[in-house]
Design a protein around this ligand. Structure first.
Ligand SMILES: [Fe+2]
Length: 308
């Protein structure tokens, strides 16, 4: 099995126009495409694929599914068989039913959120083009200086069930985890490539979405992002700009107009790129607050209570 990376989030939003304004003029994505179902496709500056975000018109917020790319078309059949053998229902997704994307396999995680694996993505090129490009995006590009969609965190009543599935069936690696005194997993951070986490699992109700993080090149860009949030009156977490103990990054959280949580983020360490090469960092529950918010050493009540 060779899942290479977290590629896109397909998100439900109640007001598509407001969401597009947010993701273009605050987050800094570029609008790529729209389809007959009213879905809008967006991509960050430093990714050649068709989209890293799909906005779906819906009655309530939340995640429709999370897209992950595989390294070889044959991985799709292998994944479908392995997921079915684990006892989870697999659905085939036809090429073209999602714009700019080849066929895929879709299935729920044990916690209920859906993953979609696919190989082919239509190429749109980098924001600066593919021939003799400038090293920096054009001046006047709206929004934050986001380079890519980095990772996502979802909620689960039993995070360990997701960890078991992701590590045993899909060859993810655990890079960090938070455990209670009895050794039960409260939160887990998993990678399928070279980044510290592609997918994280936190405490909360099954089926729900906590946040997706947009990567930036430097802490300075995150500060610029905070200025943009204030300028656009986008509500942000009371902690911010701050730093996570887990992963060590500089971060700020905020919400899109439908309430889906976003993160601007910089500075994670690299993962070894092969499953099981290094043991995970372990955080005891009594240190979870420092792991979550290193400067404040406290977690706001709303942080895990508010999910979409
Ligand atoms: Fe994050």
């Amino acid at each position: 099995m060779a899942i290479s990376r977290f590629s896109y989030a397909s998100m439900n939003v109640m007001d598509v126009a407001a969401a597009v304004r947010h993701y273009v003029h605050v987050v800094g994505l570029r609008e790529i495409d729209r389809d007959e179902r009213g879905r809008v496709y967006l991509q960050a500056a430093d990714n050649q694929d068709h989209h890293c975000l799909i906005l779906n018109p819906a009655d309530s917020a939340g995640v429709d599914h999370l897209g992950f790319k595989v390294n070889d078309p044959a991985d799709l059949d292998e994944a479908a068989a392995a997921v079915a053998a684990y006892g989870l229902p697999v659905t085939r997704v036809a090429a073209g039913s999602i714009r700019g994307q080849g066929d895929g396999v879709r299935f729920p995680l044990p916690s209920g959120q859906h993953m979609l694996l696919y190989f082919h993505a239509e190429k749109i090129g980098y924001v600066t083009g593919m021939e003799n490009p400038s090293p920096v995006p054009p001046q006047g590009t709206p929004g934050g200086r986001v380079t890519h969609l980095d990772h996502t965190l979802i909620a689960a009543q039993s995070p360990q069930d997701d960890v078991n599935f992701l590590t045993q069936v899909l060859d993810f690696s655990l890079t960090e985890k938070v455990v209670d005194p009895a050794g039960n997993t409260l939160a887990a951070f998993l990678t399928c490539g070279h980044t510290m986490h592609d997918l994280a699992i936190g405490p909360g109700p099954d089926g729900h979405f906590h946040h997706m993080a947009f990567g930036m090149d430097s802490r300075t860009e995150v500060i610029h992002g905070v200025d943009l949030l204030k300028e656009n009156a986008v509500p942000a977490l009371e902690y911010g700009i701050t730093r996570h103990g887990i992963s060590g990054v500089t971060t700020i959280y905020f919400h899109d107009p439908s309430g889906n949580r976003n993160e601007f983020y910089n500075g994670a360490y690299l993962a070894p790129g092969a499953p099981g090469w290094v043991p995970p960092i372990v955080w005891q529950a009594e240190h979870f607050a420092r792991g979550a918010f290193y400067y404040e050493n406290a977690v706001p009540e709303t942080f895990f209570a508010e999910v979409t």
